[in-house]
Design a protein around this ligand. Sequence first.
Ligand code: XIL
Length: 312
Amino acid sequence: ATTLRAAADAIGKDIGVAVDVNKLQNNAQYRNTIATEFNSLTAENAMKWDATEPQDGNYTFSQADTLVNFAEDNGQSVHGHTFVWHAQTPSWVQGLNATAMRTAMVDHINTVANRYEGRVDSWDVVNEVVSDNNGAMRDSFWLRTMGEGFITTAFQTARAADPNADLYINDYSIEGDNAKSDTIYRIAQGLKSQNILDGVGFQSHLILGQVPSTMEANLQRFVDLGLKVRITELDIRLNTPADANELAQQAEDYRRVTEICAELADCSGITVWGLRDNDSWVPGTFPGTGAALLFFEDYAKKPAYTAVLNAL
Ligand code: XIL
């Protein structure tokens, strides 16, 4: 194959990219590369709550519609991101009491899921609900106001709203076997037993040379529960600027992650969290680091691109 898309199609997997809808609208080369190289799209921001329902009951779908229409025009699937998260959720939601917050959540999920029913194939229903502290639940406004049941409510609502969409729980630092992934495992077991969970999303915001040695076995234990797994937000950052050795190590890290998904029949695919290094959220969030993706700023393919292509 000569494109990621053709290689992924050939093994029946998704190769996805997080899309900046403004660039999709304004930059032809960005648009063409996304159409050529990927068979799955995720909105980097355009389907988050602050984008889709900035005020109570006032839904704004123009950016999300642009992305879904583009995917449809180009024969691409869409992995939806995300209904319930502690970030990028408007303050009007955060200040509600338990009853009103539940109502707002149910209304939001129903409205967004129904709008894209049959066009969005899968959803990150809840995002980042576990903390980094010994696998405790994250201390968010959702947990404080609604209690742990907020997760079940979200999945029950999403299942009823679009029974054909695959429903995922999504988080970071759960790629390896650790306290946080143990908690995700327990939550996933409970949701799966109620038949309201289909998969686990492993964000995989990784650091150069640090693909967890337990990653394959960890994904396998979720597959053994009868769930799909998915690499949902892959990037591999390093201290910038990158030298040739670092780009080679990065290619090896991308190769390994791709191999893990390719070898697992129940790994639905890989989404990289942005197109070019300069499109990435990484430099803004982890200062001094970057160069985390598959394309250089001029759209030239990095060694990591070739590694993914060959591992698919
Ligand atoms: C990031 C986007 O890439 C940025 O553009 C935005 O400013 C903040 O959010 N985990 C997630 C994603 O689930 O939604 C985040 O995306 C990155 C971390």
